[in-house]
Structure formats: structure tokens, C-alpha cells
Design a protein around this ligand. Structure first.
Ligand code: DX5
Ligand code: ZN
Length: 216
């Protein structure tokens, strides 16, 4: 099943609660929360208190994407704040195995992400610890960028490796996903699609989500 996770980075932050409610009604399966620290990426977005407040207003599945330098220091606090899935970057400064085990300890789902220039093979040693792999389809840091087509080759390689090992781990793609390229992403093997601009910028969010969600 294809799942759609709209990124709130593209929404009106002054109305965050309503925006999240609107995508829940429009058929989103989860909500993607991009946390940026101004160091791992050059942008700063939002952090713990925002997620904590949002948790009180929404029972949606919170898909938290940590673009921060030392995720191991914050995993437990994001879990307490209301995250359901915590994704960390393989390129971050924390030890990957220890960080993934720390997420596992909280009882939340475990995600591991790679930036466009990181070879997908570099995360194969960690597959057995993960519920989801996030293959970034743009350089992390900003919404509204164009998808880098070569990143979908990494999705295909990963899908092949998962099949070879008999693992059923979700593959998420994030960055520049729209109705036009969603089919390529799904064909490559992605089953969780993050979409910021193409959902929040659509005049009909329900139709935008439905079109992204179409099975191939
Ligand atoms: C980029 C973020 C993405 C981004 C997606 O660093 O991780 O989640 O907000 O937004 P769009 O779909 O607009 O590229
Ligand atoms: Zn993201």
C-alpha cells in the first residue's frame, strides 16, 4: 500500500493545527515533521515544543525527520514529545547503530535516511534495525526543490537488496515529489511518499493526495 506523508514545511505555520487537520481529512496517512538545526542543514525549522503542542491537537501518525547533528542526544525527547517514527541521518555525527538502538528503546518506529550523494550501500549494515529507510530525493534543508532523478536509482537498488534479503522495510522518498514523478518513485520501489509543496500548495488537497496515492 502506498502511504502519503505531507510535510508541514510547506504549510502556514501560523495555523499549524488546522493545516494538519486539513491533511488528515484529505486522506493523508501520516504527517511529516522536518526538524532542522541550522548545523546539519543550513536551515532552521522547529523542534520539540511545536511537536509537543501539535500532539495534543492531532492523533495522526507523526513521522519525524531529524536533520540534526547529534540525534542520539534528542531521540528520547522527540519520542516523549509525540513522535511515532523517528528518522535520523546516516551522515549525522552520532554513531548510527547506537542511535537506532536508542530509538528502538523508546518503542517508536526506527527510520534511517541518506542524502543524495551518500551511497545506498553504506546503510546496508543497519537494515535489520530499521522499520523504514528514507532516501532523500533532494539535498535536505529546504522544501520546494526539484527531485534529483538519479536518487531513484538508489531506491531501486535498495528495493532489490530488501527483496534479496526477504526484508519488508518501508522505503520513503522525500523532496520534490509531485503527481508527475510519483509514478517513477513507486516504480523504483518507494511506498511512502513525502510531499510538501505538491499537497499544501494544491487547491484541492484531497485530490492531490489521491493522485499521489494511486497504485501503479
Ligand atoms: C527537505 C525536507 C522535505 C521537504 C519536502 O529537507 O526533508 O521534507 O520539506 O518538501 P517538498 O515536497 O516541497 O520538496
Ligand atoms: Zn523531510
Amino acid at each position: 500500500m502506498i502511504k502519503i506523508s505531507p510535510s508541514v514545511l510547506a504549510c502556514d505555520f501560523a495555523k499549524l493545527g488546522e493545516e494538519v487537520e486539513s491533511i488528515a481529512k484529505a486522506g493523508a496517512d501520516m504527517v511529516h515533521l522536518d526538524v532542522m538545526d541550522g548545523s546539519f542543514v543550513t536551515n532552521i525549522s522547529f523542534g520539540l515544543p511545536v511537536i509537543q503542542c501539535l500532539r495534543k491537537h492531532s492523533d495522526m501518525f507523526f513521522d519525524v525527520h531529524l536533520m540534526i547533528d547529534e540525534p542520539i542526544r534528542y531521540v528520547a525527547r522527540f519520542a516523549d514529545a509525540g513522535a511515532d517514527l523517528i528518522t535520523v541521518h546516516a551522515e549525522a555525527r552520532s554513531n548510527v547503530t547506537e542511535t537506532l538502538l536508542e530509538i528502538q528503546k523508546t518503542g517508536k518506529k526506527v527510520g534511517l535516511s541518506v542524502k543524495p550523494n551518500t551511497p545506498i550501500e553504506s546503510i546496508y549494515p543497519y537494515l535489520s534495525l530499521c522499520d523504514m529507510i528514507l532516501v532523500m530525493t533532494v539535498e535536505p534543508g529546504y522544501g520546494g526543490q526539484a527531485l534529483i532523478p538519479e536518487t531513484l536509482d538508489k531506491v531501486a537498488l535498495l528495493k532489490e537488496e530488501l527483496c534479496r534479503r526477504g526484508l519488508s522495510i518501508d522505503i520513503q522518498v522525500d523532496g520534490g515529489i509531485n503527481a508527475k514523478n510519483a509514478e517513477d518513485a513507486k516504480r523504483a520501489g518507494a511506498n511512502v511518499l513525502v510531499a510538501g509543496s505538491s499537497v499544501f500548495g494544491a487547491s484541492d488537497r484531497g485530490a492531490a493526495i489521491a493522485s499521489l496515492k494511486k497504485e501503479i
